[in-house]
Structure formats: structure tokens, C-alpha cells
Design a protein around this ligand. Structure first.
Ligand code: SIN
Ligand code: FE2
Length: 219
């Protein structure tokens, strides 16, 4: 093994230095890379059990991002509004269990961001194809807002918008790549955030899409 190869592997296994976005929010570049193959294989199984679908907002709009969930609780939206539900409305069955590889990744990220006791019970899986976007919103449907959000990016790059407590606060634009993780909590827990329209492209593992995993303690 050459010295260079060895140092690349060491760099990949090392926990990245958290980069602060604002008080309470950090970016962990590449933190998901060591787990990527297990995570992608487990995600395939989850998405076979509970297929991605375009949910409808309470105002009747079809979301451009396709979604599904795993874990005890799943985030759902329909004409009645947003909520967490223990079963998949498409099948009537419980959501697939959260695979160990995903739980391990979420806990490793939360710990690196200073939330060592994070135990997520919900993982929302968001699939963006080119053109899909997510408007600025707050994550506020969870019971305990003392628990952080762990957000993992896989596949095509995207521009994450991270704003303040007010919708009118000008958001930062954070370019996110495959393997990057953002964690926010504490004073940033209710900050507005969103994703700009995904640009065309082909990722070597995931093709023409970006997958985002959002881990939360919902119940
Ligand atoms: C979300 O806010 O649920 C998704 C964020 C992202 O896709 O990075
Ligand atoms: Fe969100």
C-alpha cells in the first residue's frame, strides 16, 4: 500500500472537523462516506417496501420531491395537512424499520455535532430529480424541539439554503455534495431552510438524482 493511498483512507475514516454555519448548525463534509455502501444497499430495501411517492400539500399541490420513510414514525402530507404517522398510507402497514446502518450514521453525525444522546425514531427519505426543489420551511412537527435534525446528502450536488428564525432572514447558500451532513439544533432548531432546484447531472453511484435523509426524534 502506498503512503498516498493510506493517507486517503485515513482521511476518509476520520471524523471531519465540524464547520459552523451559525450558532447551533454545523456542516460535516463527507461524514457519510465511510457508510455509503451499506446505507445505499439498505435504502434500496426500504424503498422496495415503501416506494417513493409525490405527496400532496394541504393546499392541493403535488410536491416536486418524492418521499418515503423508515423508522417508527414517518412524515406524511395530504389534504388534511402535515403530520407523523406510524404507518404508510399507501400500504396501511408500518413503515420499514430504520436499518442499523442508517441509525449508526445518524448517531455518528449527531455526536460529531455535540448531540451524543440523539436517538432518531423517524427518517424521511427525499428524492430530488433535476428541477425538484424544496421551498423555505421550518421543521416544527416534532414533539421535542430540544432534539436536533440530522440531514444527509447523497448523489448529485445541491444548494442548501439555511436561513434564520424568520422567513424573511436572508439564507446562506451552502453547496452540498455526496456524503455531506448538516446537523442543526439548539438556537438553530427552528431556522428556515430549503433546497434550490436540482441541476441536471449524473452521479456515479446514484445516477440523475439526489437523495436526502432527514433523521429526527419525532415522537
Ligand atoms: C428537508 O428539509 O426535509 C430536506 C433538506 C434537504 O433535502 O437537504
Ligand atoms: Fe426540513
Amino acid at each position: 500500500m502506498t503512503a498516498d493511498l493510506f493517507s486517503d483512507m485515513a482521511a476518509q475514516d476520520a471524523t471531519p472537523q465540524p464547520q459552523s454555519l451559525c450558532p447551533g448548525a454545523v456542516l460535516l463534509r463527507g461524514l457519510a462516506l465511510p457508510d455509503q455502501h451499506d446505507v445505499l444497499a439498505d435504502l434500496d430495501r426500504v424503498m422496495t417496501d415503501a416506494p417513493l411517492r409525490h405527496m400532496i400539500t394541504s393546499r392541493g399541490f403535488r410536491m416536486s420531491v418524492a418521499m418515503t420513510n423508515c423508522g417508527q414514525l414517518g412524515w406524511v402530507s395530504d389534504r388534511r395537512g402535515y403530520r407523523y404517522d406510524s404507518s404508510d398510507p399507501l400500504s396501511g402497514r408500518p413503515w420499514p424499520a430504520m436499518p442499523e446502518s442508517l441509525l449508526r450514521l445518524a448517531r455518528r453525525a449527531a455526536t460529531a455535532a455535540g448531540h451524543a444522546d440523539f436517538l432518531p425514531d423517524a427518517c424521511l427519505i427525499n428524492r430530488y430529480q433535476p428541477g425538484a426543489r424544496m421551498g423555505l420551511h421550518q421543521d416544527r412537527d416534532e414533539r421535542d424541539l430540544g432534539q436536533p435534525i440530522v440531514s444527509v446528502s447523497l448523489g448529485l450536488p445541491a444548494v442548501f439554503q439555511f436561513g434564520g428564525m424568520l422567513r424573511s432572514d436572508k439564507p446562506l447558500r451552502v453547496p452540498l455534495q455526496h456524503g455531506d451532513v448538516v446537523v442543526w439544533g439548539g438556537p438553530a432548531r427552528l431556522n428556515f431552510h430549503g433546497v434550490l432546484a436540482l441541476k441536471d447531472g449524473v452521479h456515479e453511484l446514484l445516477g440523475a438524482q439526489r437523495i436526502n435523509l432527514t433523521f429526527r426524534r419525532a415522537g
